[in-house]
Write a protein that binds this ligand. Structure first.
Ligand code: SF4
Length: 282
């Protein structure tokens, strides 16, 4: 077992907040801290922020907030995200198995580094239905430069996950860093695995104004369109998405409810979230 994994085998994870969707009964659970140090990361949850919470405390918070906001409606979906969701294996398996008691569809959002075959099988047995891999780059050196880690394990873990769960792969388009040649090679890799046309491949836009490092600019719409058309040469299910972490789930003009560890709730819009990130990166 790697040192980074052992360090995180504790009975709690730090939770800055959980989030409720205004569109449908759906909840995001944000587990902070991450093994990667992506140069373009704008998630506050990259560091261990929030309150340390056991699985039991987190479930109580989630159930109470969902009951208060959605009433009797069953939760349709729970997305476990971060930071990095997989840092603590026992914690995550326990969380998924208990969520399964009251949520229909459970999704894991991950950089994929730790999610090997055994770990994934445990999560599936616990009730996991979908995995969203954030694949940062195709070229190994580029991936190392961007995240601090090789992508070899991640590519193997994506290959292994195929056919076991609903599979989504995301890449952030970063002009001159992760652009068409990278995106095309990832699409070719996925197409080779995806014999049944089941993988969704989503291209997200880099958001320069939210990034802590001034390493690139926002992609132009035509660049994203071009990347999309390149992917469609190889894959059936290409999608243009929004930026990484929570934003991609949020549609413009809708808000969401942030629930803090002490149970207080606050409605935030996408503009609020952007403003907070800007302040944080100053
Ligand atoms: S972008 Fe995701 S994987 Fe990368 S450091 Fe941020 S939270 Fe971790």
């Amino acid at each position: 077992m790697l040192t980074t994994e052992m360090e995180h085998e504790q009975e709690y994870r730090y939770v800055p907040f959980i989030t409720l969707s205004e569109l449908k009964p759906r909840i995001w659970i944000t587990l902070s801290d991450c093994n990667f140090k992506c140069r373009g990361c704008f998630s506050i949850a990259r560091e261990p922020v929030g309150e340390p919470m056991t699985v039991e405390q987190l479930l109580t918070l989630a159930k109470t907030a969902a009951n208060e906001y959605y009433g009797d409606k069953q939760l349709e979906e729970a997305v476990i995200t971060g930071g990095e969701s997989t840092l603590n294996r026992h914690y995550l398996v326990d969380l998924v198995s208990h969520l399964k008691e009251f949520v229909a569809w459970i999704v894991l959002d991950t950089n994929g580094y730790f999610l090997d075959a055994t770990y994934l099988d445990e999560l599936i047995a616990a009730g996991l239905a979908e995995v969203v891999f954030d694949l940062k780059a195709w070229d190994e050196k580029r991936h190392e430069w961007y995240t601090g880690y090789s992508n070899k394990r991640i590519l193997a873990n994506i290959r292994n996950a195929y056919g076991k769960v609903k599979l989504v792969v995301n890449t952030v388009y970063i002009p001159e860093i992760v652009d068409n040649p990278e995106i095309e090679q990832i699409a070719q890799f996925l197409a080779e695995i995806d014999t049944n046309g089941e993988i969704d491949y989503r291209i997200n836009r880099f958001r320069a104004e939210l990034s802590p490092e001034q390493m690139s600019r926002n992609p132009y719409p035509e660049e994203i369109e071009r990347a999309y058309s390149i992917v469609t040469k190889h894959m059936k299910n290409a999608v243009i998405g929004k930026s990484c972490v929570r934003e991609r789930q949020i549609e413009v003009n809708t808000g969401w409810i942030t629930v803090f560890p002490d149970g207080t709730m606050k409605r935030r819009t996408l503009d609020d979230y952007r403003a907070e990130n800007k302040r944080r990166n100053k």
